[in-house]
Ligand binder design. Structure first.
Ligand SMILES: CCCCC/C=C/C(=O)SCCNC(=O)CCNC(=O)[C@H](O)C(C)(C)COP(=O)(O)OP(=O)(O)OC[C@H]1O[C@@H](n2cnc3c(N)ncnc32)[C@H](O)[C@@H]1OP(=O)(O)O
Length: 365
């Protein structure tokens, strides 16, 4: 996955400011607004000035851009500023594809998440098809980083999809198996912290978030869908949350979003009893926006998304904010609670037995 150093220093920030002065090509108003907003956030923190009048167009646009960064931490704003300037420098690739990481900055397993940006769309793709795109600990971290970068990049919308026959088989169940008995509590605690940060990144994501579900989806990638703004599915996709079977419990805010989306009875069938839904069923229950025949899925969906990505980006973001902002506080509280409950579940005998069963499944066949 593309990345520069995780935390830009004051020096990097200063260098980026100087680099900006050397730009030969005007980056355009939208990018300039982003740079302005990130600079203000990095140096002064969240927007703290009165809103300019509607007729003061330029200052109003600058204020909106800064204000849209909400409570983004100063360090993250500094990093995003450095990343954005670096992407504009003449030495950057001319295409909007995200650059491969420099060799010494590459994280282990970072090819498992591929991030590209084109046609106003940032695409975050699960790329571990031989393991059905199961998500490892480092992939969670990469996704958090990718979402933070996408929140201030040039794209209008951000899309998740999977490479291969699966969208994703959810949490990599071996995340918990290479653990010595005396460090199991600490592992569960760390996993709970990581999960909370991961789900928070979806709750706080400021732009339209779309899932392009190319095949079966299991576990956390299903529960998260309640935090997406549109979900397009191939008719070969399925939606499965086998938490009870695994001795676990729902995450991704699904204990709150699913009953709201599909009603408590249908949510219970999925989240408590682990009923697997077809794409058509998931659409009928409101979890999926639209189902497409597999033969035309990719073409139809990406054509549509490219059209959507041409809509005014600020308007897209502001409309999303209006739809979602009332729920944010509640969602963060739900996320915290679900992570605490799961931390306990991971230490339970039921969960340990389920993981052992998964590991020994092949040898039993
Ligand atoms: C820290 C944050 C925690 C967040 C909490 C999240 C919770 C969840 O997401 S719960 C859901 C967890 N996922 C599962 O329970 C799925 C487990 N996998 C399966 O049931 C099956 O593999 C399958 C139905 C997804 C696919 O079955 P099949 O078509 O028969 O293919 P294989 O089983 O042979 O799979 C190929 C290959 O991939 C490995 N694999 C698949 N899924 C996972 C996974 N989730 N974790 C780890 N590994 C997985 C599978 O073991 C095979 O590997 P090889 O044997 O090495 O070929």
């Amino acid at each position: 996955m593309s990345r520069t150093a995780m935390r830009a220093s004051e020096k990097d920030f200063e260098n980026a400011r100087n680099q900006l002065k050397l730009l030969t090509k005007d980056p355009g108003n939208e990018v300039k607004l982003k740079l302005y907003a990130l600079y203000k956030q990095a140096t002064e923190g969240p927007c703290n000035t009165p809103k300019p009048s509607m007729l003061d167009f330029i200052n109003k646009a600058k204020w909106d851009a800064w204000n849209a960064l909400g409570s983004l931490p100063k360090e993250t704003a500094r990093q995003n500023y450095v990343d954005l300037v670096s992407s504009l420098s003449p030495s950057s690739e001319s295409s909007s594809q995200v650059k491969p990481a420099a060799a010494n900055e590459k994280q282990p397993g970072s090819e498992n998440i591929i991030v590209t940006s084109q046609d106003g769309i940032t695409k975050i793709m699960f790329n571990r098809p031989s393991k059905k795109n199961a998500i490892t600990t480092s992939m969670y971290k990469e996704i958090i980083h990718a979402l933070k970068a996408a929140s201030t990049d040039n794209s209008a919308i951000t899309v998740f999809t999977g490479n291969g026959d699966y969208y994703s088989s959810g949490n990599d169940l071996t995340n918990f198996t290479d653990v010595s008995p005396n460090s199991i509590e600490e592992t569960a605690k760390n996993a709970s912290i990581l999960l909370r940060e991961f789900v928070d990144a979806f709750i706080d994501f400021p732009k339209p978030l779309v899932a392009v579900i190319n095949g079966p989806a299991v576990g956390i990638v299903v529960t998260l869908l309640g935090l997406f703004d549109a979900v397009y599915a191939s008719d070969k996709a399925t939606f499965h949350t086998p938490f009870s079977e695994l001795g676990q419990s729902p995450e991704g805010c699904a204990s709150y979003t699913f009953p709201k989306i599909m009603g408590p009875a249908k949510a219970a069938e999925m989240l408590i009893f682990g009923k697997k839904l077809t794409a058509g069923e998931a659409c009928a229950q409101g979890l999926v926006t639209e189902v497409f025949p597999e033969s035309t899925f990719q073409k139809e969906v990406w054509t549509r998304l490219k059209t959507y990505a041409k809509l005014p980006t600020n308007s897209l973001r502001i409309s999303k904010e209006l739809i979602r902002s009332n729920e944010k506080e509640k969602l963060h509280a739900v996320n915290a609670e679900e992570c605490t409950v799961l931390q306990g579940r991971w230490l339970s005998e039921e969960c340990m037995n389920a993981l052992m069963n998964f590991m020994s499944r092949k040898s039993k066949l």
